[in-house]
Structures are given as C-alpha cells and as structure tokens.
Write a protein that binds this ligand. Structure first.
Ligand code: PLP
Length: 390
C-alpha cells in the first residue's frame, strides 16, 4: 500500500476495508450481498417499541458514563442466567458503543506502548487497528483448516507466542470469520498460559447465542480466569440491531475501571434510548434465544448445501453466521481476484478470507459468506452460484 502523507504512522497499512468496495460492487451489479456481516431483518418488536417509548419518555440526553444502572443490571442478570456468573452491576459491568468500542477501550486502557497482544489469525477487522492505535504489537497465532473441516491452532505456536512482553490475549469465540467455536480443552490451554504468564484475556463473545452444537463457554468461567478476563458482548449480534451500537464489557472491577477510563474519552456515552430497549431484550424469555439459534442453524444448512452443490469445499461453521468456502475446487484464482469477479460472474458478493489474516499468504483459497439473510435470499444466491459453478 502506498504511504499516505497525512495518516499517522500507527495507521499506515490500514486502508478502507474491502467491505465497502465489495458492497459498492454489489450495488453496481445488482449482486446479492453475502459479504458484509449484518442481518437483513431487524430484531424483536418489543425491543424496538421499548426504544420508541424511551425516546418519547424523554430518555434523550447523556446516560450515565458506565451505562444506565438498569441495563448494567440486565447484563449481569444475563451472565448469571446463561453462565451462572455473578457480577456487580456497580463496577463490574460497562456499557459501550458496540463491541468495537469495548475492544478498543480494553486495548487502550490496558496496554503500554510496545506491549504484545496475542490474537488468533484471522481476526475480526478492528483488532489489528485497535492494537496499532494502542501502540501495542500484534502477535498472531494462525488458525488453519483441519482435515475434519474445522479450524485449529498448534499448541506449541500458542505457547511460543507468550513472551515476557505479552500483556493480553484476545479470544473470539464463536470466531468470525472462520465460524470456529473453541473447545473446552483449547480454552483450558489458553487459561493455563494466561495464569502462568500473568496475562489478561479479552474475549469477544458477540456470537455467544449462535453456537450450533453444545453451549457457549465463556473463558471467564474457567478456574482462575474470572479475575483476569474482560468479556465482551453486543446487542447488535444478539438482537439483530447492528446499527444501534450497544455493547458491553464485564469483568473484575480493577480491569473494568481501566477499560472505562479509556471508554470515557472515546465516546463518553452513546445510545440513551437504546439502553432501556436492550435491557428489555436481555430479559426476553428463553424462546427468543432458542428461536434465534434454530433459525441460524436452518440458514447455515440451507447455504452450506447450496455451496456444496455449486462445487465448493464447505468448512461448516460451529457458530456465528458465517461460512467459509474453499474455492480451489472451482477456480485457479486466489480469493481476492475471485471475489472481485464474483458479482459479474455469479451475481453474488462474498469476502476473501485473505483480508482477515495478518499473514498475507493465508486465506488465499477461502472466501466467507454471511448467512444472516432471508431464506429466499439465501436460496437465490445459492442457485446463482450453482448456475455459475455447479
Ligand atoms: C460484529 C462484530 C464486532 C462488533 O460489534 P459491534 O457491537 O457492532 O461493535 C466485534 N467482534 C466481532 C467478532 C464481530 O463479528
């Protein structure tokens, strides 16, 4: 990438994301956009109504810095209900402007310049930029496709990534973009290394309610980890309101206090009328969360089946609303040029997995599709891929 004259050295190398380019291509060509990760239908009506009611009830000025007490209480109740974790809403829960701000504030509030931050590669696209903005250094540990179609890492590579400079490890489970759900034994190894090396964990659990087999395991629930883990969630993903940008971070008071200090000078606060609405969402009955999962499983199966019929190798996800396809069975192109041609060739948009890796040799045969779309949309996209490649 050419050096841009006004951009700070910390952010050289971070261009506009491929997502905007792809979405522009989708608009130009009328292609079906399975690229960017957002649902095409909104969340529950009672949650929407609560936001509307809050606006008319005058909940329109700055909320309290850490978030409204009622929402912090609802977040604590949610962690108790699903994971049996007890949190004090007073100082162990922080409401943020989406999970993105929680991640950035954790990095800015917890890292010294030059500290190392371990993350599994590929990463969600804000991680590397957040680490750079904090003046820290990303130490990637690669996730590679395994023979069984899941993604895995090498234990030794993870061990070696921990050095005397390691401050944090970032864990995203279920993992975007791969759809990997980290196993209990993988998380036990991560926990063991954090305890041994006195490292803090920042866990991005925005897809916690989209785990297809078994149930979600928060790293903070493992022995010894409660005192050193920041757990991050998002109403965008759990309630399909990505534009509301309400997220949260929970953890031990001294760590949350550090995160809050950074958060205070990023946005200070956000989304006053959305905060009571998200509290309503978090208190919805089990049927909401069960239904969300049932729908996502059906969508995953629908798209995976179509991708197989189109001749792609399918790395079926264990969670999230993304699926990775291996394109080497249908093309000799690498993932970026393949995705650039896909709207013209098939009328569909997907994202090349190479953009998520810090190692640019990786993800060359893999592309990511988002299946948080209507069944009709997925079926049509699938049929277009079958027509083009099947
Ligand atoms: C969507 C997403 C986020 C960002 O969540 P917001 O609440 O929209 O800021 C963070 N991490 C992962 C893995 C995501 O997929």
């Amino acid at each position: 990438m050419p050096r841009r004259p006004y951009l700070s050295s910390r952010l050289q190398g971070f261009g506009t994301t491929v997502f905007s380019e792809m979405s522009a291509l989708a608009v130009q060509t009328g292609a079906l956009n399975l690229g960017q990760g957002f649902p095409d239908s909104d969340g529950p009506d009672e949650v929407k109504q609560a936001a509307i009611d809050a606006i008319f009830a005058g909940v329109n000025q700055y909320p309290p810095g850490p978030g409204t007490l009622d929402l912090r209480t609802a977040i604590a109740e949610h962690q108790k209900r699903f994971y049996n974790m007890s949190l004090n809403p007073a100082d162990e829960v922080l409401v943020t402007a989406g999970a993105t701000e929680a991640l950035a504030a954790a990095l800015l509030g917890l890292c010294e310049t030059g500290d190392e931050v371990i993350a599994f590669d590929p990463t969600y696209d804000s991680y590397a930029a957040g680490i750079a903005m904090a003046g820290a250094v990303l130490k990637p540990v690669p996730l590679r496709p395994q023979a069984d179609g899941t993604f895995g890492f090498d234990d030794e590579e993870l061990r070696r990534a921990f050095t005397t400079r390691t401050r944090l490890i970032m864990l995203n489970t279920p993992h975007n973009p791969t759809g990997k759900v980290f196993t209990l034994s993988e998380m036990q190894l991560i926990a063991e290394l954090c305890l041994e090396r006195n490292v803090i964990a920042v866990t991005d659990e925005v897809y916690e309610h989209m785990v297809f087999d078994g149930s979600h395991i928060p790293l903070a629930g493992l022995p010894g980890m409660r005192d050193r883990t920041v757990t991050i969630g998002s109403a965008g993903k759990t309630f399909s309101f990505t534009g509301w940008k309400i997220g949260w971070a929970t953890g031990p008071a001294p760590i949350i206090s550090a995160v809050r200090t950074a958060k205070q000078f990023l946005t200070y606060v956000n989304g006053a009328p959305f905060q009571p609405a998200v509290a309503v969402g978090l208190r919805l009955g089990d049927s909401y969360f069960d239904q969300l999962l049932v729908q996502m499983v059906a969508k995953k199966e629908l798209l995976c089946e179509k991708l197989e019929q189109a001749g792609f190798g399918v790395l079926a996800p264990q969670g999230t609303y993304f699926v990775t396809a291996d394109i080497s069975t249908v093309t000799t192109k690498k993932s970026l040029p393949f995705c650039m041609g896909l709207p013209e060739e098939a009328g569909v948009v997907a994202v090349p997995c190479s953009v998520f890796y810090s190692d640019d040799r990786m993800g060359q045969d893999h592309i990511r599709f988002c299946f948080a779309k209507s069944d009709a949309f997925l079926a049509e996209a699938g049929d277009r891929l079958i027509a083009a490649y099947g």
